[in-house]
Design a binder for this molecule. Structure first.
Ligand code: ADP
Ligand code: MG
Ligand code: ZN
Length: 477
């Protein structure tokens, strides 16, 4: 049979590191990149007798994710120990949630190419602590426990995805939602957003799910598609040859472009989950859950941008970049909702170009959204032309100088002074009596010639509307 005779079934498990300052059960710092084993204490080192104390901020973030993703947030959830031996897990178990997770159900909203929203169902979201990291060198391996006990949420998707592309779109959408919520930094390479892909295939039309394989070590969107497609092909080949697919965990190797068996997949009962005796069940009040606020999500921002008249392409560019969407929101909050389209146009044009050229850093303290609004105001008041506005904005955004100052320094002020413009108009008309006669005889297309000449005289800084009006008036229209 061909690969196309099988239907792929994919379910993703995502581990997202929560952006708390301290760890899940101790006050140690969570920052990335510190000297190995400098962000540790008896609790996250797993020393006997050290007791965990729950971090409230992590719970808030998990609830935020649950509310944003339409889960049923549980007022009561329970901590479990997941037992396994691994050098980077000194306690010999991981504190997680098993039977009673903090969030059940829910879905990831995926904004499709046609602008519709597809909801991909979730099993659950639970809180757990991360393990440390083994660092392998030529002469052996070392363990860094800075990451030990850093808070994670695991977002478990239902096996509802049907292709590598769907899986990758789902993953992108989920990542973006977490970025919008400000609870995860979305960094696949550094491992703060990690994905395991469960893949099985079944004959098209079959009801029963096939045996799944869990793929690990997928740290880019390209790799997720590659790894899943490789696995689909491998399983199809096995089934074609009449061999069963083994339930196992496989590692994706992007250099060799292959997956290889890592270990046979543990069943849940191998972990001997049992209730964590050092932590009481997590009991939330309804008021706590209610008090957690969820900002507008990507698909909601997208709809709002379209409603403001922004094109689909521009809206997508903006919502896919959390910095741009925040900038748009900030500027329109000051300039008014009716400026939505204009601001969007500016962002996908000039602002994005400046960012890509490395001339603008939206995070820099030199930058404020007011700078954009100031330039708009100068343009609206006729103080600068639209061409000059772009130049001023580029300079303002790149240097942080006040817009009025830039206009002056660069000599970009637009001439809107009627008497100054009239003087130029008169000079131009006096210079070309022949054309003036032709114009008055009906050759109206000469207006452009006169205005162009005047603009040249004014070095491009004449207020075009005013110049046009004055010219026609002097010509007797
Ligand atoms: P575990 O915790 O052992 O990995 P779960 O039952 O929680 O097992 O399932 C984990 C993931 O595997 C979920 O994302 C789910 O959607 C996916 N999954 C389950 N069965 C299949 C299957 N037959 N094919 C593909 N994915 C599956
Ligand atoms: Mg799993
Ligand atoms: Zn600690």
């Amino acid at each position: 049979m061909a690969v196309s005779d099988y239907e792929p079934v994919i379910g993703l498990e995502v581990h997202a590191q929560l952006l708390t300052k301290s760890k899940l059960f101790c006050p140690c710092a969570t920052s990335f990149g510190g000297e190995p084993n400098t962000q540790v204490c008896p609790t996250c080192l797993g020393l006997p007798g050290a007791l965990p104390a729950l971090n409230r901020a992590a719970v808030e973030m998990a609830v935020k994710a649950g509310k944003a993703l339409g889960c049923e947030v549980q007022e009561r959830s329970v901590w479990s120990r997941k037992n396994y031996f691994y050098p980077d897990s000194p306690k010999g178990y991981q504190i997680s949630q098993y039977e009673l997770p903090i969030c059940k159900g829910g879905f990831v909203p995926v904004l499709e190419h046609d602008g519709s929203v597809r909801e991909v169902a979730l099993e659950r979201i639970h809180l757990e602590e991360d393990a440390g990291k083994s660092v392998h060198a030529d002469d052996g391996s070392e363990v860094d426990l800075n990451r030990s006990s850093v808070p994670l949420i695991e977002i478990v998707g239902k096996p509802d995805l049907r292709s590598a592309d769907e899986a990758s779109e789902y993953l992108k959408s989920l990542r973006l939602v977490l970025l919008y919520l400000g609870i995860n930094d979305g960094n696949l390479e550094e491992g703060s957003f990690r994905c395991d892909a469960n893949v099985s295939i079944r004959k098209r039309g079959a009801e029963k799910l096939g045996t799944r394989v869990e793929l690990k070590n997928i740290n880019s969107f390209r790799f997720i598609r590659q790894a899943i497609d490789l696995e689909i092909a491998r399983q199809a080949q096995l089934l074609d040859a009449g061999s069963p697919v083994r339930m196992e965990t496989r590692l994706f190797d992007h250099e060799k472009n292959e997956t290889r068996a890592m270990r046979s997949k543990e069943e849940a009962n191998d972990y001997r989950y049992f209730p964590e005796p050092d932590l009481p069940p997590l009991q939330l009040t309804a008021a706590f859950v209610q008090g957690v606020r969820v900002p507008p999500l990507p698909h909601e921002r997208y709809a709002a941008l379209l409603a403001a008249g922004v094109s689909q392409a521009d809206a997508r560019t903006i919502v896919n970049d959390v910095r741009l969407v925040a900038l748009h929101a900030k500027v329109t909050a000051i300039a008014g909702a009716e400026s939505g389209k204009r601001v969007a146009h500016l962002i996908v044009g000039d602002v994005l170009r400046l960012i890509n050229d490395g001339r603008l850093d939206l995070e820099s303290p030199k930058f404020t959204p007011d700078q954009i609004i100031e330039v708009f105001k100068l343009q609206d008041a006729g103080a600068i032309s639209s061409t000059a506005a772009r130049e001023v904005l580029a300079e303002v955004l790149a240097s942080g100088a006040p817009p009025a100052q830039v206009v002056q320094d660069k000599g970009l002020a637009q001439v809107s002074d009627t008497s100054a413009l009239e003087a130029v108009v008169d000079a131009i008309l006096a210079r070309s009596p022949g054309e003036v006669d032709k114009y008055r005889a009906g050759k109206k297309s000469l207006l452009g010639f006169f205005v162009g000449a005047a603009m040249k005289e004014l070095k491009g800084k004449g207020n075009p509307g005013l110049l046009n009006a004055l010219m026609r008036k002097r010509l007797g229209d």
